[in-house]
Design a protein around this ligand. Structure first.
Ligand code: PEP
Length: 259
C-alpha cells in the first residue's frame, strides 16, 4: 500500500530521434495496455529529447494515451536572446507535465551550479510544470561519508525561494552520481537512508504534512530485476530510469514492478 502514488520515469537522455520516439512510445503503451496497467495506480512518464516532444504529444493525444511526458531540461529564462535554450513556456504549450531539473549530467557537463538549478526550478514552477529535482553525491563524497550533508545542501539551495504551496508540487529524485549509467546500484537501504533524510529535511524546511506528500524517487542503474526491492522502501516513491528506459519490454517490466 502506497501513501503516495508511485511514479516511474524514463530519462532517454540524448537517445532516440523523433521516429524512434514514436515507435518506443507506441510499443510501451501497447505493452502496458495489454497488461491492463492502471495508470492511476502507478504513473508513468517519459523524458525524450526536446526534438521528440511534438511527436510524442501528437501520438499521446491522438491515441488518448495515459502516459505522461516531460523535458530533460528547461531554461531559467522565459524568452529572449538565449541561443539554444528552451523556455518553460514552450514546454507547457507542448503539454509537458514534468521537467527534469539539475540532472547530474547537466550539473557536470554543462556546469550547472546549485543557483542555476534553483533558477530553473523557479522557471518550471512559473510555467506550471512539475519539476523533478535531481540531487545526489559523487563517489568521493560518498566514500568520505558526507553524502547526506552534501545532498541535503543541494536540496536546500534549490528550494531557497520555493514556498510551501509550490514545494508540494515537486518531485525529488535522489540519484547518487556514482550509480548513474555505471551498473553500480545503491542498495535499497542506501536509497531509503537518503529518502528518509530528504523527507526529514523537507519537514524541517516546511512541515510534516508537506514532507509526507512529496514524492522521492531513486535513480541509478535501475532495472527490472532490482526495482522491486527499491520500491519496497518506505520513503522511496518511484524510480528515475536512464539506460533501461530505452527498451520497451524492460521499461514495461519496471513499470510493472509489483507483478
Ligand atoms: C538517469 O539518467 O537519471 C539514470 C539514473 O541513468 P541510469 O538508469 O542509466 O543509471
Amino acid at each position: 500500500v502506497y501513501t503516495r502514488t508511485p511514479l516511474i520515469a524514463g530519462n532517454w537522455k540524448m537517445h532516440m530521434d523523433h521516429f524512434q520516439a514514436v515507435s518506443l512510445v507506441q510499443k510501451l503503451s501497447w505493452t502496458l495496455t495489454d497488461h491492463d496497467h492502471d495508470f492511476d495506480k502507478v504513473q508513468v512518464a517519459v523524458f525524450p529529447p526536446f526534438t521528440d516532444l511534438r511527436s510524442v504529444q501528437t501520438l499521446t493525444m491522438a491515441d488518448k494515451l495515459e502516459l505522461t511526458y516531460g523535458a530533460q531540461d528547461v531554461s531559467q529564462f522565459d524568452a529572449g536572446a538565449y541561443t539554444g535554450d528552451i523556455s518553460g513556456d514552450f514546454l507547457k504549450k507542448l503539454a509537458c507535465t514534468y521537467v527534469l531539473i539539475g540532472h547530474s549530467e547537466r550539473r557536470s557537463i554543462h556546469q550547472e551550479s546549485d543557483d542555476v538549478v534553483a533558477a530553473k526550478l523557479q522557471a518550471a514552477l512559473r510555467h506550471d510544470l512539475t519539476p523533478i529535482l535531481c540531487v545526489g553525491e559523487g563517489l568521493e563524497t560518498r566514500q568520505a561519508g558526507q553524502h547526506v550533508d552534501f545532498t541535503l545542501q543541494q536540496l536546500r539551495t534549490a528550494l531557497q525561494d520555493v514556498d510551501a504551496a509550490a514545494v508540494a508540487e515537486l518531485v525529488i529524485a535522489y540519484e547518487p552520481v556514482w550509480a548513474i549509467g555505471t551498473g553500480e546500484v545503491a542498495g535499497p537501504a542506501d536509497a531509503q537512508e537518503m529518502g528518509a533524510a530528504i523527507r526529514q529535511e523537507l519537514a524541517a524546511l516546511y512541515d510534516t504534512e508537506t514532507a509526507q506528500a512529496i514524492r522521492v524517487l531513486y535513480g541509478g542503474s535501475v532495472k527490472a530485476d532490482n526495482v522491486a526491492a527499491i520500491m519496497r522502501e518506505r520513503d522511496i516513491d518511484g524510480v528515475l530510469v536512464g539506460g533501461a528506459s530505452l527498451d520497451d519490454e524492460e521499461f514495461a517490466n519496471i513499470v510493472r514492478f509489483e507483478h
